[in-house]
Design a protein around this ligand. Structure first.
Ligand SMILES: [Zn+2]
Ligand SMILES: [Zn+2]
Length: 373
């Protein structure tokens, strides 16, 4: 069993880079050498849930986990029966692969809702861990274990991309870009000329902004409490700005669009900001919840008489095999910005500093380089 370095999460201490063992790829699996892994807010949510013992039902409480799910790398080895990729292929990793047509949702063309994802969480709960240390299983939290030198994933998660795309940048297409751009284009399917608002200018929010620009939105209203994040939103295509710490953002955003916001996107994950998104859209308009919301969302029932809609968006409603290569092409053609999302690069052993940066809102994205390629 090959050894590698990975940043391991345990119940108390900060993450620590330790030596762990990784299985050889089994049938239908591939071994990927990780070139780069973005540090996403979902990793932080997961760490908090892990430490509070509030992981989703069905996940066996692990003793330890490895986070990181925004990964690009190179296929090093393939298991028996793998046909989608070959050693040497450059890949972006989809953190929630789908079964490929064996469940209701995949058959009906909505693979992002797949009921039978062959994901590493299942590998763990099925007592077939891919990573362990001294015989004790370590979970691939959020599905990938990207804060490692290598990972083993199902072949349907390893999405082959063109070889000339820089891995150190397109890793962000594994989560933030796909989630944000997809929420606009695949989930909401906004019409060109729409006026939209986006709450929360983190990595996902900025991608909602550029998705809206790509889709031909007219007014793109960026909302955040930090001016430096609103400045970034301007680069990504936002046309109007609301600092939510200076007065009621609902009123301000509505004022900018003369009361007629067609779509509002929530990209933070709080019940209160979901309510703001719902309140700011016009009659017949749509509020799209993109953030991971742990709380209940309360909205006034009367609004449904005016056909207001509140909908969810998961992972950009994406079909990995279709959308990831497409987003890589859009990036390589200069139609979407990805480099600008990255404000810091760090080696694996600076992972705790990367989370510290996130907590103080200093960076859009930190990217870690676990294996030195
Ligand atoms: Zn993410
Ligand atoms: Zn499925």
């Amino acid at each position: 069993m090959p050894e590698m370095n990975a940043a391991v999460l345990r119940s108390a201490d900060p993450l620590a880079v330790e030596s762990v063992e990784l299985t050889e790829p089994r049938a239908g699996e591939v071994l990927i050498k990780i070139a780069a892994c973005g540090v996403c807010h979902s990793d932080l949510h997961w760490i908090n849930n892990f430490r509070n013992n509030s992981l989703p039902a069905g996940i066996v409480a692990p003793k330890a986990a490895i986070l990181g799910h925004e990964v690009a790398g190179i296929v090093e080895e393939i298991g028996p029966g793998v046909t989608a990729v070959a050693p040497g292929d450059h890949v972006v990793v989809g953190f929630r692969p789908n079964c490929g047509g064996n469940c209701f949702y995949c058959i009906n063309g909505t693979p992002w809702l797949c009921e039978r994802p062959d994901d590493p969480d299942r590998a763990y709960t099925g007592e077939q861990p891919r990573i362990s240390q001294d015989g004790v299983p370590i979970m691939q939290g959020v599905g990938v274990a990207g804060f490692s030198e290598y990972t083993v994933m199902p072949e349907r998660a390893a999405i082959k991309i063109r070889n000339d795309a820089p891995l150190e940048t397109v890793c962000l297409i594994g989560c933030a870009v796909t989630t944000g751009v997809g929420a606009v284009i695949n989930t909401a399917k906004i019409q060109s000329g729409s006026d939209i608002a986006v709450i929360g200018m983190g990595g996902v929010g900025l991608n909602i902004v550029q998705g809206a620009r790509l889709a031909g939105a007219r007014k793109i209203i960026a909302i955040d409490t930090m001016d430096n994040k609103l400045d970034m939103a301007a680069n990504f295509g936002a046309t109007h700005f609301v600092n939510a710490s200076e007065g009621d953002p609902v009123e301000k955003a509505r004022g900018i669009a003369n009361g007629y916001i067609d779509y509002a996107f929530e990209a933070i994950g709080l019940g209160a900001t979901c309510r703001q998104a719902f309140d700011m859209v016009r009659d017949g308009g749509t509020a799209v919840v993109v953030g991971v919301v742990g709380q209940d969302i309360t909205v006034p029932g009367r609004a449904f008489l005016r056909e207001k809609k509140l909908i969810g968006s998961f992972y950009g409603s994406n079909s990995l095999q279709r959308d990831i290569p497409k987003l890589v092409d859009l990036y390589m053609d200069g139609k979407i910005m990805v480099d600008e999302l990255i404000s810091k690069r760090r080696p694996l052993n600076e992972i705790n500093e990367a989370f510290d940066d996130m907590l103080v809102g200093e960076v859009a994205r930190s990217v870690l380089h676990p294996s030195g390629i």
